[in-house]
Design a protein. Structure first.
Length: 95
């Protein structure tokens, strides 16, 4: 999963982000133009994860950051994070 996080981090510059309340629109850039036909809407947790990801991110670092920020059981955080990271990876790699 650490490799997926590194790949996501390397692709972040290919996206424009727009906050809309508690959600974040993740809009891919194609030829330096925002492609509004393929945007992804992230909820508050997804937006938090996106903003936390950088080249040094690991599952454990993200898990702890989420645990400190959100009032949720550790097991639920681990489950949600383990499900979300591969999905985010596939989205960022396909754009």
């Amino acid at each position: 999963m650490t490799e997926q996080l590194k790949q996501i981090s390397s692709q972040k510059s290919n996206f424009v982000c727009k906050h809309t309340g508690d959600e974040l629109l993740l809009i891919p850039l194609k030829n330096n133009v925002a492609d509004f036909n393929q945007y992804l809407v992230l909820n508050e947790l997804g937006a938090f994860i996106w903003e936390q990801i950088d080249e040094s991110s690991t599952f454990e670092i993200l898990r702890e950051a989420i645990y400190k920020e959100f009032d949720a059981p550790q097991q639920q955080i681990e489950h949600d994070l383990a499900k979300f990271i591969p999905e985010l990876y596939l989205y960022t790699q396909s754009k």
